[in-house]
Design a protein around this ligand. Structure first.
Ligand code: CA
Length: 309
C-alpha cells in the first residue's frame, strides 16, 4: 500500500477565497489540508510578507490607492512599498489582466470582502492560533520567491526566512515544514552555507522539458522533494489512456518525494472533463506523495476514498 499523500493548500483554499488571505488559510485548515502554502516576498522596509507576485496590481487596489508609484514598466512592485502602505491595501480575487475581471470567474466575488496582506510572522502566529483552537495540526510550506531578483533589489530573503522559521520552531527535517524554491542555487546555498536542515523542495516549471536522471540525482544531493508542474508528469490523453512520463518513478528512485502543482477544478489539463478523474489519476494511480491544490476539500475527499484511515 502506498503512503497516504499530503494535501498542500495552494495559497490557501484559493478556489474559495482570495489567495494568501488569512481567511483562506483558515478555510483550508478547516477543509483538512495537511500543509498551508506561503509565498514570501519583501517590502521596501525589508519586512517579509505572504503574497504571490512581485507586483501588487493583479490582486490589490494599489493602482487606485497609490497612483504614480509604478515603475517605468507600469507595475507596482511590493519592494517599492513600505509594510505600512502594503497593510493599507485591500486584497481581491486575482484579475485576468489589467482592467479585466477575475481570472477564475466562478470564484469569490471582488466586492464581497475586505482582506489584507499578512507578514510571514503574522501568518505563522495565526496558524499557531488555529492549531491551538481547533486541536488540528497543519504544516507550513513557504516558498522563497525570486531570491536572486530580491538580492538585486538589496534584500536577501532566503536567510531572513530561515531566521523567522527557526524562531517559530521550524529547524529540522522532522518539523512540519517544506521550504520550496524554483532557484536551485538558492536551495543549495541555504543547505550548504546556511546549515538549513529543513526539508527542501525543488520546484520545476512546465518549460523544463524532460527532467533527466542526472538532474534528479543532482537535486537529490540537496533537496528532499520536487514540485513539478502537472505537465511534466501528464502529457495528455491517447484515446482513454493517460500519457505519462517517468518523472515520478525516476524521482522516487533518487529518494525524492513528488508534489506536483497545481490542481484546479476550474482549470483542468487537456483531456480531463472532471476534477475527480484528475485527482484519482495522480493520487490513486500514479501515486504522487502530495499535491498543491486550490481545492483542498476535494483532494482530502479523494484521498479519504482511496486511503481509508
Ligand atoms: Ca507558490
Amino acid at each position: 500500500m502506498k503512503p497516504r499523500p499530503i494535501v498542500i493548500a495552494h495559497r490557501g483554499a484559493s478556489g474559495y477565497l482570495p489567495e494568501h488571505t488569512l481567511a483562506g488559510k483558515a478555510l483550508a485548515l478547516g477543509m483538512g489540508a495537511d500543509y498551508l502554502e506561503q509565498d514570501v516576498v519583501a517590502t521596501k522596509d525589508h519586512e517579509l510578507v505572504v503574497f504571490h507576485d512581485l507586483t501588487l496590481e493583479p490582486m490589490t487596489d494599489v493602482q487606485a490607492r497609490y497612483p504614480g508609484r509604478a515603475r517605468a514598466d507600469g507595475r507596482f512592485y511590493c519592494i517599492d512599498f513600505s509594510l505600512e502602505e502594503i497593510r493599507s491595501l485591500n486584497v481581491v480575487e486575482r484579475r485576468a489582466a489589467e482592467g479585466q475581471g477575475s481570472r477564475y470567474p466562478g470564484r469569490f466575488p471582488e466586492a464581497a470582502g475586505h482582506f489584507g496582506i499578512p507578514t510571514l510572522e503574522e501568518e505563522i502566529r495565526f496558524i499557531e492560533g488555529l492549531m491551538r483552537s481547533t486541536g488540528r495540526h497543519v504544516g507550513i510550506y513557504p516558498e522563497i520567491k525570486s531570491p536572486a531578483w530580491h538580492r538585486e533589489q538589496g534584500v536577501d530573503i532566503g536567510p531572513m526566512m530561515l531566521e523567522i522559521l527557526a524562531r517559530f520552531g521550524y529547524r529540522t527535517a522532522n518539523d512540519p515544514i517544506f521550504l520550496q524554491c524554483f532557484e536551485a542555487e538558492e536551495l543549495q546555498r541555504l543547505r550548504r552555507e546556511h546549515g538549513c536542515q529543513l526539508r527542501l523542495v525543488q520546484l520545476i516549471d512546465s518549460n523544463s522539458g524532460n527532467v533527466s536522471a542526472g538532474t534528479l540525482a543532482r537535486i537529490g544531493g540537496y533537496a528532499n522533494a520536487i514540485g513539478p508542474a502537472i505537465s511534466l508528469i501528464y502529457r495528455g490523453m491517447a484515446g482513454s489512456m493517460a500519457t505519462l512520463t517517468s518523472l515520478v518513478d525516476d524521482a522516487h528512485a533518487e529518494g525524492l518525494a513528488v508534489h506536483p502543482y497545481t490542481f484546479r477544478k476550474d482549470d483542468l489539463p487537456a483531456g480531463f472533463s472532471d476534477f475527480d478523474s484528475l485527482l484519482n489519476l495522480f493520487l490513486a494511480q500514479i501515486g504522487v506523495d502530495g499535491i498543491f491544490t486550490d481545492f483542498p476539500d476535494l483532494a482530502t475527499a479523494c484521498i479519504a476514498r482511496h486511503f481509508p484511515a
